[in-house]
Ligand binder design. Structure first.
Ligand code: SGN
Ligand code: CA
Length: 553
């Protein structure tokens, strides 16, 4: 409305004689059949750390705006809980065994068709800023600036189509500056746009912005009920995973104890990996950044030096959990602030009405639940991912969907929203019926999951499974042959594998049948499982534990 008034005013000023010219040059009217898309994704952001889901750890008022003004998905999940495979699934609308990016190791096969390529062809202006993690450049973007590999928190390097560059500053701020600069200065106002704004934060090694060091390192956070999980009641995979805060989180890289302090205290780790990572990151800081860092982390080191000799394992676990949360949540504070900057820009420039804004993560994360950090498992904290979508023209403000939607669905959703055809070989479903309140048209009752990266970081065994609202059935394979069944309603923390419980015999046979059907529907198979194992063998990736980055105290 406001826009129409402005246009009329312009026409009155230019006068009738100039009308033809004015019409030819005027910005196109917002066309609701071709909405803009701002796809915001952070890396390893757990639902537990977004206040729209739960505010027991942190307030995220800006991200929450998307739920207040749009839709919150409480059961969004991924197909493979790890970075690059998730990104490949989002871009292609296919499961990992089809697009081929099964893990973080092998590069993405760029002969895959991605939805941004289809948008570009259809006349959208396209741009990507931040973390991709594909080992190659994205296709289908008019402009991109991406972090090589995992990227750095301070003074990050970027790859662009014109070469590489380093930008001084804090990564979350820098990615947002690039995004706003593009929106403000290079966006072609007569075209709809697709913008992918992709944060590195809050990925490991969790270094907050200077402005958040002090506040967050002084906080104490509530412990999860399963912090001291002993993994009884589950299979070998949970027991052998190397993601335990006490045993596998490194004292230097992760907990920010200077290597010389760790040495002085006689802390032994299986390798120097954590110390080396710490030094590598610390050396990136310029003198001012180092001063700011030291002014906060030195006192933490001093206090630890004093406390450590009298700490029990339990005390150390608790200390590590607090250190972890302080830094992880400190990173999220910047993500939230910066999301606010982008939302404010859209508001101030009349773009909010006709722009679909999505906030999600490449997967969920353990924030001490089961004593863990990291992800990978089909268990809830890593399987679920945040999803908030705002599109004022179509989505009722403040709505909530409990349906099981997947990152597999995003590509088709965007294509449907823009009125573009969905390729037949995409494997998801458009979320449009859910977004527009036509829930009756949505009939999914189970989702399929498959994780591959083993042996590898954190040593989570290969597994595939099926999840319904009531049950979760998973098969761990390769160096084990174990099944797990969880009763999601009666055992929400997934502590008791009831696969062998006679009371669940019927459920097991029904779920297995459905799992085989899903495998067939999505064209996954034992032959493919073997093919991917063979690929690891050919690349020499089948190694013993200690050689693949395991760090044991
Ligand atoms: C790095 C991390 C791991 C993490 C993988 C994958 N170690 O290797 O903890 O699981 O990335 O993460 S780090 O201390 O060197 O960062 S992912 O998000 O890219 O899949
Ligand atoms: Ca990730």
């Amino acid at each position: 409305m406001g826009r129409e008034k402005n246009m009329l005013k312009t026409m009155a000023i230019v006068g009738l004689g100039a009308l033809g010219l004015a019409a030819a040059c005027k910005p196109a009217e917002p066309d609701s059949s071709r909405p803009n898309i701002v796809f915001i994704m952070s890396d390893d952001h757990a639902c537990q750390a977004i206040s729209a889901y739960s505010n027991h750890l942190i307030e995220t008022p800006n991200i929450d705006r998307l739920a207040k003004e749009g839709m919150l998905f409480t059961n969004a999940c991924v197909t493979n809980s790890i970075c690059a495979p998730s990104r490949a699934t989002i871009l292609t609308g296919k499961h990992a065994h089809i697009h081929g990016k099964i893990d973080n190791v092998f590069p993405f096969d760029t002969t895959n068709v991605t939805f941004p390529q289809l948008f570009q062809k259809a006349g959208y202006q396209t741009a990507m800023f931040g973390k991709l993690h594909f080992g190659n450049s994205p296709k289908g973007f008019d402009e991109f600036m991406i972090l090589p590999d995992q990227g750095d928190y301070y003074n990050p390097d970027f790859s662009t189509s014109k070469g590489d560059t380093t930008i001084i500053g804090y990564v979350t701020d820098v990615i947002t500056d690039l995004t706003l600069d593009w929106l403000g200065n290079r966006r072609e106002k007569d075209k709809p746009f697709l913008l992918m704004y992709l944060h590195k934060a809050p990925h490991r090694e969790w270094i907050p912005a200077e402005r958040h060091y002090r506040e967050f390192t002084q906080k104490t956070f509530p412990e999860p009920e399963t912090l001291f999980d002993d993994y009884e009641g589950r299979g070998t995979a949970a027991k052998e995973a190397e993601m335990n805060l006490l045993n596998h989180m490194t004292i230097s890289a992760d907990n920010k104890i200077y290597p010389e302090v760790a040495d002085e205290l006689g802390i032994k780790e299986a390798s120097d990996w954590g110390k080396n990572v710490f030094l590598q990151k610390y050396r990136r800081l310029n003198p001012e950044q180092k001063d700011a860092y030291d002014s906060v982390y030195e006192p933490i080191n001093d206090a630890f030096k004093e406390a450590y000799p009298n700490m029990s394992d339990q005390d150390l676990m608790r200390w590590k959990y607090q250190r972890y949360m302080q830094d992880y949540l400190g990173c999220i504070a910047s993500v939230d602030e910066n999301v606010g900057r982008v939302l404010d820009y859209l508001d101030a420039n009349g773009l909010s009405e006709n722009t679909i804004v999505v906030y999600t993560s490449d997967q969920g994360f353990y924030l001490g639940e089961h004593g863990w950090f990291d992800k990978r498992f089909i268990y809830d904290e890593s399987f679920k991912t945040p999803l908030l979508i705002r599109w004022p023209e179509k989505i009722q403000a403040g709505s909530v969907s409990d349906e099981m939607v997947q990152n597999l669905d995003f590509a088709q959703t965007f294509l449907a929203a823009a009125g573009l055809p969905q390729p037949n070989d995409m494997q998801g479903e458009s979320l449009m019926p859910l977004l527009t309140g036509q829930t009756a048209q949505w009939d999914r009752d189970a989702v399929y999951y498959h994780y591959y990266e083993y042996p590898g970081f954190h040593m989570v065994k290969r597994h595939y499974g099926i999840v319904t609202t009531e049950y979760k059935l998973a098969h761990f394979y390769y160096d084990v042959d174990e099944w797990e069944l969880y009763d999601r309603k009666n055992d929400p923390y997934e502590l008791n594998n009831v696969f062998d419980d006679p009371a669940y015999a019927d459920v097991v046979s029904r779920m297995k049948k459905e799992l085989w059907e899903l495998r067939e529907e999505y064209q996954d198979s034992q032959e493919l499982d073997q093919k991917f194992i063979q690929k690891y063998k050919e690349r020499g990736l089948i190694k013993k534990k200690a050689e693949v980055g395991s760090v044991i105290f």
